[in-house]
Design a protein around this ligand. Structure first.
Ligand SMILES: Cc1ncc(COP(=O)(O)O)c(C=O)c1O
Length: 456
């Protein structure tokens, strides 16, 4: 008798991975091989091909069930395919797919801009320029800054990541591979050392104390503005509230407030790149709220549409382009993307996902700290909300241990936990904000086994 097997499916609530076939099995492998033949080389992390995804869980073509602690690189904060977001997309798709939001008008576009004006830090009137990605949001910020200030120079931090276009690349320095063979990028960009409390850039005794570290960086900023990049020529300083690709590094508490004061004194704008930290990831709607600072421009993308490409630069209305055509695009503010954006904000409110990020982030942080006591290669555990990381080191001198980091990610993948690297030797843990405590425990069990396997 022929037995018909029930199709494998997932609810998104599973707290343990299920590995039926050693990954990647034949069904995943077919897609991976085709990809290798026809797709440009990018940044593939683990060989898994998704068939379906819900909540915190991904089902592969092979029928393996993975816990996703990557959120598609910080995108699916409301969980994979949240039903309310899917419904909003379907309803909008049935009305119209596109109408060129930069040239014509429709409700979801202006409604979302109105909501963003309230959600983004800053007690001033705000306007939105819509984009299709984080990079494009930062590119828009560059143009708004240059247009409004007429100043050609821009500052950023070392190890920052703001994107890969020739403009944003000039403000990025998280990895050499992003830049090699692409020079010259946009002229007029300067980088200042980031106040990394774990890896003090000054390497001088006494600067480990957060206040001293902040002040040392700020004196370099002042020095730079005094001569090399004269303050009167500098339009803006681009900052990530928490350095993302650079390794999930949080600056000392009062740092941004002091930096903002210096910038304000020179009429220099602050651009907060919240592409990775935005939409509840850190336990606040936007991470700058942790630091009590109101940047004139905030850029975002990733989690904004729960998986539908959309980004924005939300800025002080006073900086708006004064003429039609100074900046525009075809797809920015696409109706489906805006419907997804509105649904994302609604879900975040209704399910209290910002508070949940803080609560579950505390659970995750404690679990990671417990693992640190068992595995000395974990040199540092850090993060805010559900934006957590562990940095791997070889010794007491904090020599970065990239090999162990990479092995742990691979061992976790083999056991059904999806993780991503960041920085030189860190792993980031960024599950959807709907993750449950059981799923965190399930993931930590896999991580413990993976750390053990990587140590042998
Ligand atoms: C802080 C930050 N800015 C900008 C970007 C670029 O965003 P996108 O890949 O959507 O262009 C990223 C992507 O990782 C990011 O983390």
């Amino acid at each position: 008798m022929h037995v018909v097997e029930a199709p494998i499916t997932i609810t998104g609530q599973e707290s343990r991975p299920q590995i039926r076939v050693a990954p990647p099995g034949p069904a995943d492998r077919r897609i991976i091989d085709e990809d290798a033949l026809y797709m440009a080389t990018t940044t593939k992390a683990s060989p898994v091909a998704a068939r379906m995804a819900r909540g915190t869980v991904v089902l592969s073509e092979d029928g393996n069930v993975f816990l996703d602690f990557t959120s598609g690189v910080g995108v699916t904060n409301t969980g994979h395919s949240h039903p309310a977001v899917v419904k909003a997309i379907q309803e909008q798709a049935a009305k119209f797919l596109h109408f060129a939001g930069t040239d014509f008008y429709y409700d979801v576009q202006s409604s979302l801009a109105k909501e963003l004006a309230h959600a983004v830090p800053g007690t001033f009137a705000k306007k939105t320029f819509y984009t299709n990605s984080g990079t494009e949001s930062n590119e828009a910020a560059i143009k708004i800054v240059k247009w409004s200030t007429r100043r050609p120079l821009l500052l950023a931090f070392t190890h920052a990541f703001h994107g890969r276009t020739q403009g944003t690349l000039a403000l990025s320095s998280s990895k050499a591979v992003h830049k090699e063979r692409f020079f010259p990028s946009m002229p007029g960009a300067f980088a200042v050392p980031y106040p990394n409390p774990y890896r003090n850039p000054f390497n001088i005794d006494g600067y480990d104390e957060p206040e001293a570290l902040s002040d040392a960086v700020l004196s370099l900023v002042e020095d730079l503005l005094d001569a090399a990049a004269p303050a009167s020529e500098v339009g803006a300083f681009f900052v990530e509230p928490i350095q993302g690709e650079g390794g999930y590094v949080i600056p000392p508490k009062g740092f941004f407030a002091k930096l903002k004061k210096i910038l304000d004194g020179h009429g220099i704008l602050m651009v907060a790149d919240e592409v990775q930290t935005g939409f509840g990831r850190t336990g606040k709607m936007f991470a700058m709220e942790h630091f009590g600072v109101q940047p004139q421009l905030t850029t975002m993308a990733k989690a904004m549409g729960s998986g539908v490409p959309i980004g924005a630069c939300v800025f002080d209305a006073k900086l708006d382009f004064a003429v039609s055509g100074a900046h525009s695009n075809t797809y920015g503010g696409n109706p489906i993307a805006c419907a997804a954006g509105l649904a994302t904000l609604r879900v975040m409110r209704e399910e209290k996902l910002v508070e949940r990020s803080q609560k579950m982030g505390d659970v995750l942080h404690k679990e990671l700290e417990a693992l640190q006591t068992e595995f000395p290669r974990i040199g540092d555990v850090r993060g805010l909300g559900l934006m957590q990381a562990t940095e791997f080191v070889k010794d007491a001198k904090k020599t970065p241990d990239k090999d162990t980091r990479d092995r742990v990610i691979h061992e976790a993948f083999l056991r059904g936990l999806l993780l991503l690297p960041c920085g030189k030797s860190s792993i980031r843990y960024i599950p959807p904000l709907v993750v449950t405590a059981d799923q965190i425990r399930g993931a930590m069990d896999v991580l413990r086994a993976s750390l053990k396997a990587a140590a042998t």
